[in-house]
Ligand binder design. Sequence first.
Ligand code: ADP
Length: 305
Amino acid sequence: MVSQAPDASLGEAASFIKSPGGAPANVAVGLNRLGVQSSFMGQVGDDPFGHWLRDLVAAEGVDVTPLSLTREARTTIAFVATRRDGKKDIAFYRNPGADAQFSLANLKAAPFENLGVFHCGSVSLSLDPCRTAQFEAVERARASGALISFDPNWRPSLWDDFDLARDLIWQMMPLCDVVKVADEEWEFVTGTADFEAGAARIRALGPQLVVITRGREGAYFNVAGASGNVRGFEVEAIDTLGAGDAFVAGLLAQLMQSSLADSLEEVQMHEILRFSNACGALATQKSGAIPALPTRAQVEAFLGA
Ligand code: ADP
């Protein structure tokens, strides 16, 4: 539920518009719009909002076989207000929420064979049984040879214990190949404002690529032997909601076009992040998350212009 007020806190906002989204679902739809078949794993309530979300994501071409419906809890809802500086005010209605009730038993329907990439965040780490199910899902995806992508996507309002959040995020790191962090979360996640030092800490545990999204500044990358910034595009941003997820969809779609080792060459990184920045920039030009995700044709037209 997203406030349309250009610069208001959640308390100040007078009305909210139903706006489908949620980080991993945004990435799944974003990938499909870029021509990459995706599946969404998770859980919604067996209620009107849950049915609406499932149908909407399925209509985008996302395989929803691993998406469960439950009567035990309601579909989780987030209320979002965006401030002019791009900062978001977010409150979750999730006490309990269907997503957090996703358990090991729900993994049965999930297709772990022939996966190119498995992408996840940290909202699903904040409560059990979903937390346990996520670690198991990542292990299974790794065992099947998938590239593991992680966006810590830290949402402070979902955590009573920030140290636990950080611990769980760091338990994920050794299981991942690609880690994307937004610049405003960087210091919380890594404990340093320094990009090089924080990225080195993450890469020492196994991930081969660390990317920091930096809003209009673009993105920073760090791989073995190279690091740097790839400038963002000058656009008139209307709503930055979903920009990070559009960026991740672009990044993963590009990484899947060749082997990870080839992608991590410095020249390729610049090309890949230019494409990802274009996806992010285009997503800022429409309001909402899912409705704002660009198609491949839109990204190519934007880059060619
Ligand atoms: P997150 O949504 O994860 O916080 P950002 O706000 O940093 O991520 O945005 C993700 C990406 O989207 C950026 O790296 C950039 O490529 C693009 N982007 C975001 N805001 C703007 C903007 N105002 N102008 C141009 N590009 C932007």
